[in-house]
Design a protein around this ligand. Structure first.
Ligand SMILES: C[S@@+](CC[C@H](N)C(=O)[O-])C[C@H]1O[C@@H](n2cnc3c(N)ncnc32)[C@H](O)[C@@H]1O
Length: 245
């Protein structure tokens, strides 16, 4: 366990593969002959330079997101709500607590009675070192453990009563539910547990049109905002959904 909060590496295998295959391509480009014969196919070594540049470039952007961008994106999202300190907050797929701790710190700074709840299944494919204990450790280091509750359950089957939360946040979680019925179940749960007058801020790199359409169909007012094209990788979009009061 570290002495500084550690919010982990998203999709660690993707980052590893970008650097691994990028480096192998670069070595191939440097040491292979000018023309490479792959059976009937002739490949110029320039192809490997392009492949290496593309993969290593994406790897560096991913690293920039993990080290810098995710904190900026968290602040960008949390600034979309005018906090009063008494909100009940839900972080869907909280992982190691990036948005959860950020929201809880805002509640604490305002000396309010608000509380933040994180729900997750702690998948290590989606987030390196993902575990309830790692998230609790981060919340303790951030000094907000008393303001937070962690729930180990799928977002598609939330155990909360209807209209429980004023603010619902989520980053890079819902696309991990690969089948559409499970994703829709999670979106319907978000609509169900959001209070009238509440706001949901759902950030992801794909399927945001699907999320927006479902929220709209459920009667929420929806808009979208793009995150930074430089410091979020893959580029993130936030779906902002307000439930009429
Ligand atoms: C890429 S991580 C992002 C974590 C955190 N939101 C952040 O931005 O640092 C995706 C998270 O979604 C969680 N997740 C995936 N499927 C889920 C599900 N069905 N219900 C709840 N959480 C889920 C994973 O366990 C993981 O913690």
């Amino acid at each position: 366990m570290t002495h500084k909060p550690d919010y982990g590496i998203d999709a660690p295998a993707v980052m590893r593969n970008l650097f691994l295959i990028g480096t192998v391509s670069l070595l191939f480009a440097i040491f292979a002959p000018k023309i490479i014969h792959l059976g009937p196919v002739l490949l110029s070594k320039t192809t490997f330079y392009w492949t290496a540049g593309f993969l290593l470039g994406e790897g560096c952007l991913f690293l920039l997101y993990v080290k810098v961008g995710k904190f900026r994106h968290r602040d960008f999202m949390l600034a979309m709500h005018p906090w009063c300190g008494d909100e009940q907050v839900l972080d869907v797929g909280c992982g190691r607590g990036l948005l959860l701790a950020g929201a809880a710190k805002r509640l604490a700074a305002l000396n309010g009675t608000g509380h933040a709840t994180g729900i997750d299944i702690w998948s290590n494919v989606d987030m390196g070192g993902n575990a309830e204990a790692a998230t609790l450790h981060n919340l303790t280091l951030e000094g907000v453990q008393d303001r937070c509750t962690l729930i180990s359950q799928s977002a598609a089957e939330m155990p909360f009563p209807d209209a429980s939360f004023d603010v619902i946040v989520s980053n890079l979680c819902i696309h991990n539910m690969y089948d559409r019925p499970t994703r829709l179940a999670a979106l319907h749960q978000i609509v169900r547990v959001l209070k009238p007058g509440g706001i949901a801020l759902i950030s992801d790199y794909k399927r945001t049109a699907e999320y927006a359409a479902e929220f709209q169909q459920a009667g929420l007012q929806v808009e979208k905002k793009r995150g930074s094209l430089i410091t979020t990788f893959p580029p993130l979009t936030v779906v902002i959904a307000r439930k009429p009061a």
